[in-house]
Design a protein around this ligand. Structure first.
Ligand code: NAP
Length: 330
C-alpha cells in the first residue's frame, strides 16, 4: 500500500493544475491519469482561447506542458484508473486502481470530468475534428462562412447554435421531437435569429464525408430520418455540432458523495465535496462553463483548499512511511 498526502483522480486541466499546486507546496502528490492523459482537451486539435498562447496551441501540447510543469515539482503520474474508493471512513482514504495497486491518501481531489453524449451513429467517431464537434467554443471558428448543423433541442444546443451564428453562413438545428427542451428565453432568441432554422421530429442516422487527393476526408453531408413520415434523405452540411447532453463521470462515487439530480458533484465554495478532505474540480461539478481554463482555475482552488486542509492537520498526519493500521498485523 502506497501512501500520499494528495491523490488526484483525473489528468485534465483541473487535475494537472491541482497537481502543480500541491506538488509545488511540497506535498507528496499522485495523479491517476485514467483512460486518456489530458481528458477531453487532448482530443481538441487547435486551442486558441487558453491565455498565454498568442499563436494558439494544440490540446496535446497544452496537456504535455501541464504534465511537465506538474512533474517538475515532483507530482507522480500513474497511468492507471481508479476503480474503487472508500471515502466513507474519512481521511486517510483508500483507493484501488485497475492494476490492483492500493493507495492511502490524506486528501483526494476528484477531477474526472464529464463526457459529451454521443449519437453513436456511423461516421460520428470517424469525423471528430474533421467536421464533427462537441464544442462550439473550441471549434466554431473553423466554420466561418459554412453551413452548420446542430443536433439537440436543449439549452446547450440552442445556446451553442446562437454562438455558432457568429461564424456560420447558416445554422440548422435538428431535434428529435416537435417540442424543444430548451428554456423559452433561448427558444425565443434562436427562433428570431435570421441564420437559424429548425428541423423537427428528425434524427441524424449517419455522417458522411469525402476527401480530395492528399487531403483528409471532411464532413460533406448527413443522412436524416423524418420520424413522422419515415422519409430518409441526405442533406449537405460542412459541420455537425452534437449537443445531446453530458454525462459526469461520477458513477464511482455514487452513494458516497452528494450528487445533484443530474449526477454532478456537489461542492461548497472551497471546492470541498460532502466529505471532509475530498475536493472536486472541473466538469465533474460544473455543468455550465466547461472550459479548459475554468477547469484549470478550479483545480488551483481545490489544490489551495487541500493544502490548507492538510496544513491545519499537520501535527496529526501519519508519516508517509507509516504502516497502515489494517496492514500492521500482516
Ligand atoms: P439536456 O437538457 O439533457 O438536453 C439534451 C437534448 O438532446 C434534448 O433536447 C434531448 O432530446 C436531445 N437528445 C438526447 N439524446 C439524444 C439522442 N440520442 N439523439 C437526439 N437527440 C438527443 O442537455 P443540455 O442541453 O446539455 O443541458 C444540460 C443541463 O445544463 C440542463 O440542465 C440545462 O438547463 C443546463 N444548461 C443551461 C444553460 C443556460 O442556462 N444557458 C446552457 C447550457 C446548459 P429530448 O428533449 O427529446 O429529450
Amino acid at each position: 500500500m502506497k501512501r500520499e498526502r494528495v491523490a488526484i483522480i483525473g489528468s485534465g486541466p483541473a487535475g494537472l493544475t491541482a497537481a502543480l499546486y500541491t506538488a509545488r507546496a511540497q506535498l507528496s502528490t499522485v495523479v491517476f491519469v485514467g483512460r486518456l492523459l489530458g481528458g477531453q482537451i487532448s482530443t481538441t486539435h487547435e486551442v486558441e482561447n487558453f491565455p498565454g498562447f498568442p499563436n494558439g496551441t494544440t490540446g496535446p501540447e497544452l496537456v504535455e506542458n501541464m504534465k511537465l510543469q506538474a512533474e517538475k515539482f515532483g507530482a507522480k503520474l500513474v497511468f492507471e484508473s481508479v476503480t474503487e474508493v472508500d471515502l466513507t471512513k474519512g481521511s486517510p482514504f483508500r483507493l484501488k486502481t485497475d492494476n490492483d495497486d492500493e493507495y492511502l491518501a490524506d486528501t483526494v481531489i476528484v477531477t474526472i470530468g464529464a463526457n459529451p453524449r454521443e449519437l453513436q451513429i456511423p461516421g460520428e467517431k470517424q469525423y471528430v475534428g474533421r467536421g464533427v464537434s462537441y464544442c462550439a467554443t473550441c471549434d466554431g471558428f473553423f466554420f466561418r462562412g459554412k453551413d452548420i448543423t446542430v443536433v439537440g433541442g436543449g439549452d446547450s444546443a440552442l445556446q451553442e447554435a446562437l454562438f455558432l451564428t457568429k461564424f456560420g453562413k447558416s445554422v440548422n438545428i435538428i431535434h428529435r421531437r416537435d417540442d424543444l427542451r430548451a428554456s423559452i428565453a433561448l427558444q425565443t432568441r434562436a427562433k428570431a435569429h435570421p441564420k437559424i432554422s429548425f428541423t423537427y421530429s428528425t434524427i441524424v442516422e449517419e455522417v458522411k464525408g469525402e476527401g480530395s487527393e492528399g487531403a483528409p476526408a471532411v464532413v460533406k453531408s448527413i443522412i436524416l430520418r423524418d420520424l413522422k413520415t419515415g422519409n430518409v434523405y441526405e442533406k449537405p452540411t460542412d459541420g455537425v455540432f452534437i449537443f445531446v447532453g453530458y454525462d459526469p463521470n461520477s458513477w464511482l462515487f455514487k452513494g458516497q458523495l452528494d450528487l445533484s439530480v443530474d449526477e454532478y458533484m456537489k461542492i461548497d465554495s472551497n471546492m470541498q465535496t460532502s466529505i471532509d478532505g475530498v475536493f472536486a474540480a472541473g466538469e465533474i461539478h460544473d455543468s455550465v462553463f466547461r472550459q479548459a481554463i475554468t477547469a484549470a482555475g478550479d483545480g488551483c482552488k481545490a489544490a489551495l483548499s487541500a493544502i490548507k486542509w492538510l496544513g491545519e492537520r499537520e501535527d496529526t498526519l501519519q508519516p508517509l512511511d507509516a504502516v497502515p493500521v489494517a496492514a500492521a498485523g500482516d
